[in-house]
Design a protein around this ligand. Structure first.
Ligand code: NAP
Length: 320
């Protein structure tokens, strides 16, 4: 599919893509570029790339495809560093969990001859680093692409083919729309998980120990989400601020309405609300997205005690 592919950032997502690209033989030459020499050494040891370098400019030399799999907050610096060295007609894509900010950060540094096709795999685990990756991570998941109106169709088709070869289904979206949709399906649930688990850490010691002991009653699923990488999630909230604040405002209003219903003993309101949410669950099942492992964004609402459907060392449902 490609002559030379360079992946920048070999953490969970970058190393999973590397494994998939190798396994499917999608590149004649696969290069890893990570600022951390230990990560470079590790991916060579794991045998998931052909070469690895801590020098990004050197790593992207003559590459047809450059995949940025670094935290959203690092995208601008990486763009600045590699921009002058990109081959004409090269395609640059990324995996960032926020899309408009990535477009804004990258565009100024890319030569006109280079094609930018921003992307976001809706797949992940709460683990980080090159050892945590696995090729099957993207199987049966969505990959959202947010090309700009001026992006070459050929470049979009190539990135579509890449994700399909890695096992994903493709959806094309406007970057701002992506940020709003993911704000509600992924970013808000993570914020709630971080809050609930944070609240538990403030409890008195005896209550806290019982919370941990009886965690199977729902809390456990939140702790898994709240174990997600702090750097990545800090960046998600900083760079998707507008959409997150919008959905958070709506959420707060709905929570206040529930609070009022509980205080007033308004059972009809509670019953009606819980019946409507049950319907949403049914619609997700009908869409074939209810499998616990295949629906990362729904991790927080999996029934209490539901076992993860993937091997524990590979993690389970937590995705940016
Ligand atoms: P990760 O496991 O933490 O890996 C990120 C890698 O990028 C690390 O090796 C990191 O090195 C490296 N890096 C950071 N800044 C760099 C820079 N300036 N130059 C070169 N390398 C740099 O993260 P991840 O989970 O794979 O996430 C990568 C991207 O995919 C993020 O944008 C995230 O939003 C997105 N994403 C994540 C998930 C998920 O569930 N994890 C799902 C979908 C999309 P250091 O360790 O030295 O910082």
């Amino acid at each position: 599919m490609f002559k030379k592919v360079t992946i920048i950032g070999l953490g969970l997502i970058g190393s999973s893509m590397a494994r998939g690209i190798k396994e499917k033989e999608l590149a004649e030459q696969l290069v890893a570029a990570d600022r951390d020499q230990n990560v470079c050494d590790k991916v060579m040891e794991l045998g998931v790339v052909d070469e690895a370098t801590a020098n990004l400019a050197e790593g992207i030399k003559d590459s047809d495809l450059i995949i940025l799999a670094v935290p959203v907050g690092a995208i601008e610096d990486v763009g600045k560093e590699i921009g002058p060295f990109l081959k004409p007609d090269a395609i640059v894509t990324d995996t960032g969990s926020v899309k408009q900010a990535v477009v804004d950060a990258l565009q100024p540094f890319l030569p006109e001859s280079v094609h930018l096709v921003p992307g976001h795999p809706i797949a992940g685990t709460e683990f980080s680093g090159p050892e945590s990756g696995f090729a099957e991570l993207f199987h049966g998941r969505w990959a959202i692409l947010t090309p700009l109106p001026e992006t070459s169709i050929k470049a979009v088709e190539k990135i579509t083919a890449l994700w399909q070869a890695l096992g994903s289904n493709i959806e094309i979206m406007d970057p701002k729309h992506h940020d709003l949709v993911l704000g509600i399906t992924s970013h808000l649930p993570h914020l709630i998980a971080y809050t609930i688990v944070g609240t538990a850490t403030e409890l008195e010691d005896d209550v806290k120990s019982e919370v941990l002991k009886f965690s199977a009653s729902g809390f456990r699923d939140f702790t898994r989400i709240a174990a997600s990488d702090p750097t990545m999630w800090r960046d998600v909230f900083l760079y998707n601020r507008v959409a997150v604040l919008d959905v958070l405002q709506r959420f707060t209003e709905d929570l206040t309405a529930l609070q009022k219903a509980i205080r007033r003993g308004d059972g009809d309101y509670l019953y009606k609300t819980f019946s409507e949410t049950r319907d949403i669950r049914k619609q997700i099942i009908d869409l074939g997205q209810a499998d616990y492992a295949a629906a990362p964004d729904m991790a927080g609402v999996a029934p209490a005690g539901t076992p993860p459907a993937v091997a524990p060392h590979k993690g389970s449902a937590s995705s940016g």
